[in-house]
Each structure stands twice: as C-alpha cells, then as structure tokens.
Write a protein that binds this ligand. Structure first.
Ligand SMILES: [Zn+2]
Length: 352
C-alpha cells in the first residue's frame, strides 16, 4: 500500500496511481483529523469522493502518529492527550474518537486504536502496554459495531445494503515472543476480519523484526488478512510475503524518491550523483514504467540537481512502479504455487 498521508500520494495524481495498478492506498487519520478535519471530509462524502479515488483505502487509527510525537503526548487508561504538530493545539484521542474519525473518513479498512510500545522496553512495561491495547481493542470494536452504519457512503451502496467498513485488530507485545502470542490469541478472541502486526520498525534491529514477525504470524489465522505495519525495503517485503504477510505499507518508496533514491532491478541508485550527468540510458532497463520508457538518467539527474518539481514526481512514479511490480511478481509466484521462485530483489548494493 502506497502511503497517501494527507489524502495524496505526494506528487502523483490519482489517474497515474490507477495506471500503476495501485489497488489500495493508506491515509493517516491523525493528519486528516487535523487537516482538513474529519467533519469536512465526511460532509464531502468521505475520503473516496473527496480525493477522487474509487479504489480501496485503509486508514490507521492515529495511534502510531500520536505515539511518535513523544514530548507532545500523555497516555492514560482513557486515551491520549497530544499537541498538534501544526499549531500546538491540544487534542484528546480515545478508542471511541479514533473509531468516530475513521468512520467519518469512510475508508474500506480501518484500524483499532492501540498503543505502540516503545523499543527497548522491559517485560513489565510491554505487558501493561499490551493489556491497554487489548482493552482499547474491545472498546474500538464495541464503538464500531454500534456506529458502523454512520459511514458517509452507507446509503449509496445500494447493491450491497449491508456493506460496511472492515475493522482490523492490532497485535502488540514488543519483542517478547510469549507476549506476542498472548496478544495475538486474545485479539483473535475479540474477533476481527483481519489482523495487523504493530509495534515493529520502532528502532529494533532488522533481524529482530523478522524474528518477531515470523513468531507472531504463527498465531494469526492464515485465512484472514495479515497486515504488517510500516515495512519495508523491496527485499523485506518479498521476505515478509514469503513468511505469509498479506498486506504492508511503507513510506520508503515515496520518501526515498523525493530524496533521489531510486530502487531498480540492478540495485539502489542515488540519482543526484555526478556519474549520471551524461548517462543517456533509462533509469532501469528492466522497468516498463512511463518514466523508464521515456526519460534518461541524465535528464532525471538534471531535474534533481535543479530542484525541479518534476524530479519528485518522476522519481516517485518509478519507485512506486518498482514496488508494485515486485508485489505483482510475488502474487504471480503464489498463484503458481512456487514460493521458492519468489523474485530476488537486489537493492542494498549500490550499482557498480
Ligand atoms: Zn521505472
């Protein structure tokens, strides 16, 4: 899932996202709640209509963003008080308000409110944080069940009168395998149509991320979507898909693109380097995207060096295309039943 924080994948129009084959986008509740505001989006018919995006959308609960504010927040049993990064104004998010905001935005998949446990943390801290997330998960589900028909498009979906959003639960438990297992089992007991693995990519070593993902997946139903939040590099998304992860989101392809870091079939390229100034070849000779079909590395390097807006747009289009191609190859392998032939992605080695 490409990340469209503020109802926009930075620099890329929706028709191009469609052309790239994006099936689902992620929007950030925290950011949309602050600007333009949930009520505004709801009045305009919900996120799909507001941003003219007919395909699927997932919104996060706002929890992760709020927790990354550090100094600006205070957590209690009831919820989180935080200060807006925009104007310093004070806000309060609880399970119920996170649900209300996400129902108002009207994404297809919404997330339970959770506490993202910091890393490192001792066992007692991880356990109490996990218990809080479980209580918030129950409250999230209760509120959602009572208000799910208030979604802005409820009356429009005439062909499926019972159509509503899907609320996913989030597994926490830090880097502790037994707590991850307990969190998974008790979240499943509350009952959700899909489950996310949260609390990773919070500064832990990559080998540990993999270990926790693998051990958590064992305890989540394979016949329901399993969503790993906030990963990863092309190499990692292939690896996690191989372990059984169905959904992932990451700002990496879009954020890296804006910094001139491009993923290609021949490795990662920093287009700002002077070595590309006279390179008339395509960015990635094995990529079929509109950027690689049309422009040279020399031109992309020139745009970046000149700080042209077009640089960000073209770089983002290519990186998204590379990620989506990678996942298409993964899906193709799964369809053929040949997980062993998963695409091998070279990204970490700079091009010689
Ligand atoms: Zn390309």
């Amino acid at each position: 899932m490409p990340v469209g924080t503020l109802a926009s994948v930075k620099g890329v129009p929706q028709d191009i996202l469609e052309e790239l084959g994006v099936q689902i986008l992620l929007g950030n509740t925290y950011h949309l709640y602050l600007r333009p505001g949930v009520e505004q989006v709801r009045k305009l018919g919900g996120l799909h209509r507001f941003m003219a995006w007919p395909r699927a959308i997932l919104t996060d609960s706002g929890g992760f963003q709020v927790f990354s504010l550090n100094e600006l927040r205070k957590v209690t049993e009831e919820g989180v008080t935080f200060r807006s990064h925009l104007d310093g104004s004070s806000h309060f998010f609880r399970s119920e308000s996170a649900m209300e905001a996400q129902i108002g935005l009207g994404a297809d998949i919404i997330m339970a409110f959770d506490e993202c446990t910091e890393y490192p943390a001792d066992r007692a801290r991880i356990q109490s944080s996990m218990e809080l997330t479980l209580r918030w998960a129950e409250r999230s589900k209760k509120h959602f069940e009572e208000h799910k028909h208030e979604v802005p498009w409820a009356t429009e979906v005439t062909t499926q009168p019972d159509a509503t959003q899907a609320l996913f639960g989030i597994v926490q438990g830090g880097m502790d395998h037994t707590l991850r297992k307990e969190s998974a089992e008790r979240t499943i007991k509350i009952g959700f149509p899909g489950y996310a693995i949260g609390g990773l990519s919070v500064g832990e070593p990559r080998a540990l991320t993999r270990e926790v993902v693998e051990s958590t997946l064992e305890h989540l139903p394979a016949d329901q979507p399993r969503y790993l939040m906030g990963v990863g590099t092309p190499e990692e998304i292939v690896e996690y898909a191989g372990l059984g992860v169905d959904m992932m989101d990451c700002v990496l392809p879009t954020r890296a693109a804006r910094h001139g870091l491009l993923f290609t079939s021949e490795g990662k390229i920093s287009i700002k380097q002077a070595r590309y100034a006279g390179d008339s070849g395509p960015l990635d000779p094995n990529c079929g995207c509109r950027v690689c079909q049309r422009y040279s590395r020399a031109y992309l390097r020139h745009l970046y060096a000149s700080n042209e807006v077009l640089a960000q747009i073209l770089n983002t289009v290519h990186n998204l295309s590379f990620y989506l191609d990678t996942m298409r190859a993964v899906r193709h392998s799964i369809k053929l039943g040949e997980a062993a032939r998963f695409p091998s992605v070279v990204w970490s080695q700079p091009k010689p």
